[in-house]
Design a protein around this ligand. Structure first.
Ligand code: BGC
Length: 776
């Protein structure tokens, strides 16, 4: 018997506790009464400050040079004492942080507390999957909860400001930093962006267990030419507003407390000195009220950009709307001179100082400068079992089943499994990039996870099989930040032989291959986006054993898997899954968790297709759908002679151990008018053999516009859980809001006419219905 259930809202994540959910933060600075109080306090303080002390508030050094006990005597300590530091970052530990705060409170003239920042990007010590992986969960409760856990851990250990969320849209898998963002789509990116802000900041920034979020990198950092980090960006304003700006704006709308400027240029001016960006768009258009910080030495780098000397670029940044200078001390060393010479105004310096003081006020630091960081609390809050369980669940939810033939997965809980790959016994690489506070040695490796969870029923044998790369020098570069890859100096043949011997003793092979953790992340651009040859050779060699192969993919970016995808029977994309990686991968391999992740970024067939993304424009010479589907070349059409137009795995794609069938879709009204709301409805049935979750996706195409419109755009999604045999009716409300776009005058509006409404399991598999929406 199939049950029909009307779905009310988003499906519940199994790990989410309802009391924690914050939907709309009521930030303190939103009430007039609060603002008046804050204003009185901050203006009074400003009136007592010297010019040096004001400029000091704009200075954000990295901690670096002291250990506990040396806070006061260190260089930074001396500057803190003189009131020349506004905040510090990259300092870890409640006691250490307290010691520096003590210098500020007890030794500096005005006793202004410091803020303490850190790159808490995907968790603090308890580490969640890399952000691109978390995005693949399409589970907004989980996304929000991951930020909530990170905020609780970090704040208990003294941190009150995170440089997250990173929301740079990117269509460029060569760029290593796609691992830190949520992929290619502005809608999904915007949903994630706001939920991260809600999770970090909660309802009350002074609660003690919430922290300031910092949306970054503003703006367009993900669109650097050729995927080379820090490279030039050049983009039309129509594209910026419609495709790249939405996730930043979403964070601003959610009340994000701070913004980080990006390294790249925008319209020929580095973002750090770009007034149009940091003031006209961010503050005037979007009404941003918080403070803007540069990225690491972002001001100084404008010298290399060719914008002038340190004094000039520092003045440029201040005038553009930058409030805080990360590391470079351009503000600290030149603003006074610029003021004397009339190159900046007192009002501009006061404004920046005011914004930093307001943030400190919002955190409650003037009431209690030691509010954040308590060693006893940290011992309870940080890396506790509850948080690790949430991270484990998040990691399993992030995994994407790319292929599963011959029912290789889930694995049987019996017999012998050969676990092979360069990182199967490696903990250090499990967290992935940007994991500053992670307890790396404690991260669960694949072998540890398998043994701990199924070691009683299943015999696991392991072998390395290959190094990450044949080239030892390259592998050294890949093993950055201490994330060693345990290079094995035996010959290629010896490594392969050992792996084949182990495989021959097993019933099935679990082969974990792909990238090491720091092959993606900052300054980790690649010109090839394939699995290194050493590991492809291993796969081919194991194939000869005739044993079934379940491949686990480690990656921080979309890879071109064309040369490997036909060889294994199954592929699970595990990304870099965090502290609990090995446990979560075991959960998926053995079917404790049925994978439900969907790709947040297109996987191309080859690098030559890049940039390739689902929400592309049609062009004037599109290839017919039939030819696209059959991969047929046609001269004088927009296609390649030597490659299909379709990607290997499209945006929104991901399989399950069960099967979901979609009914035809219907719309409640094919001819809506004005501000009406209509419903698009589909019934989804779990017609396979396992319970499981499905992400039902809504896309819309605006068929005729005053500017060209994408062939489809994601406009909604619902993650639903269906028991075996169960059906659910999924309803999407559609209003003109979903039809809006920035037109040629950069005005946000919708245009009447025909729209194609599409619902499906991925961006390339949809049912559709045409509607005609008129203004009146
Ligand atoms: C990165 C930022 C990061 C900052 C502070 C920079 O190199 O681009 O994303 O927040 O360093 O660590």
């Amino acid at each position: 018997m199939k049950k029909l259930i009307v779905l009310a809202a988003l499906a519940l994540s199994p790990v989410f506790s309802a009391q924690e959910m914050v939907n709309k933060p009521v930030q303190s600075y939103q009430t007039a009464q609060y603002q008046a109080k804050r204003k009185a306090f901050v203006e009074n303080l400003l009136s007592k400050m010297t010019l040096d002390e004001k400029i000091g508030q704009l200075n954000l050094p990295t901690s670096g040079d002291f250990t506990t006990g040396q806070a006061q005597s260190s260089d930074i300590g001396k500057k803190v004492e003189q009131g020349l530091v506004g905040g510090l970052f990259n300092i870890k530990g409640a006691e250490k942080i307290k010691a520096v705060q003590k210098v500020a409170i007890e030794k500096s003239r005005l006793k202004i507390p410091l803020i303490f920042g850190m790159d808490v990007i995907h968790g603090y010590e308890t580490t969640f999957p890399i952000p691109l992986g978390l995005a693949a969960s399409w589970d907004m409760n989980l996304v929000q909860q991951s930020a909530r856990v990170a905020a609780k851990e970090a704040s208990s250990d003294g941190i009150n400001w995170t440089f997250s969320p990173m929301v740079d849209i990117s269509r460029e898998p060569r760029w290593g930093r796609v691992s830190e963002g949520s992929g290619e789509d502005p809608y999904l990116g915007s949903e994630i962006s706001k939920n991260m802000v809600y999770g970090y900041q909660g309802k009350d920034l002074s609660a003690g267990n919430t922290i300031l979020a910092c949306v970054k990198h503003f703006a367009l950092y993900g669109a650097g030419e050729a995927g080379r980090d820090y490279n030039t960006v050049d983009m039309s304003h129509v594209r910026m507003f419609n495709e790249y700006f939405p996730p930043y704006k979403s964070a601003v709308d959610a009340g994000v407390a701070s913004v980080m400027a990006s390294f790249n240029e925008v319209d020929g001016v580095p973002a750090t000195g770009n007034k149009w960006l940091q003031t006209d768009v961010l503050r005037k258009l979007w009404n941003f009220k918080g403070f803007v910080v540069t990225d690491y030495t972002g001001i100084n780098e404008m010298i290399e950009h060719g914008m002038g000397d340190l004094q000039q670029v520092s003045a440029l940044a201040l005038k553009a709307g930058i409030d805080m200078d990360m590391v470079g001390e351009g503000f600290l060393t030149t603003l006074k001179k610029s003021l004397d010479e009339g190159k900046v105004t007192q009002a501009e310096i006061d404004m920046a100082a005011r914004r930093i003081l307001e943030a400190k006020y919002d955190l409650g630091l003037f009431d209690d400068p030691y509010r954040y960081g308590d060693a006893k609390l940290a011992a309870k809050e940080v890396y506790n079992m509850e948080n690790r369980n949430i991270a484990r669940s998040a990691a399993a939810q992030s995994m994407v089943l790319l292929k599963n033939e011959n029912q290789v997965l889930p694995l049987k809980k019996s017999g012998t499994v050969a676990v092979i790959g360069p990182l199967v016994n490696n903990s250090l690489n499990m967290a992935g990039t940007w994991s500053v506070a992670t307890k790396h040695a404690a991260s669960v490796s694949l072998m540890q996870g398998l043994q701990a969870n199924y070691g009683k029923e299943v015999k696991f044998l392991s072998a390395k099989g290959a190094n990450i790369d044949y080239d030892a020098k390259l592998e050294d570069i890949y093993a950055a930040h201490g994330k060693k890859t345990d290079r094995d100096n035996r010959s290629k043949e010896e490594l392969l032989k050992e792996a084949v011997d182990v495989a021959n003793k097993a019933d099935v092979i679990v082969l974990a291959i792909g990238e090491s953790a720091e092959m993606s992340g900052e300054s980790s651009s690649r010109t090839e986006i394939t699995i290194p040859q050493s590991q492809v050779d291993l796969l081919n060699e194991l194939k000869k054993t005739g044993k079934p192969i379940a491949m686990v993919l480690y990656t921080g970016r979309p890879l071109a898997l064309t040369n490997v995808k036909d060889i294994p029977d199954a592929i699970v994309n595990a990304w870099f899954a965090g502290s609990e990686a090995g446990n979560a991968i075991s959960d998926v391999l053995f079917g404790k968790v049925n994978p439900s992740g969907k790709l947040p970024m297109t996987f191309p067939r080859s690098l030559g297709q890049v940039p390739i993304y689902y929400n592309a424009k049609n062009t004037g010479r599109p290839l017919s759908q039939d030819k696209v589907d059959k991969c047929v070349y046609e001269r004088f059409r927009s296609n390649y002679m030597d490659e299909c137009n379709t990607p290997l795995y499209p945006f929104g794609y991901g399989l399950s151990y069960t099967k979901f069938s979609y009914s035809d879709m219907s719309v409640s009204n094919p001819n809506p008018k004005g501000n009406q709301t209509i419903q698009a409805v589909v019934t989804v049935t779990n017609s396979g053999n396992y319970d499981g979750a499905e992400v039902v996706q809504l896309y819309i195409r605006d068929i005729v516009g005053s500017i060209t419109r994408p062939v489809k755009e994601l406009k909604g999604f619902q993650k639903i859980f269906l028991k075996k045999g169960e059906s659910k009716k999924v309803v999407f409300d559609i209003t003109p809001e979903s039809l809006k776009f920035y037109n040629g005058e950069l005005k946000l509006d919708w245009e009447p006419g025909e729209f194609d409404i599409m619902i499906g399991t991925s961006s390339d598999k949809v049912r559709n219905s045409k509607i005609n929406w008129t203004k009146e």
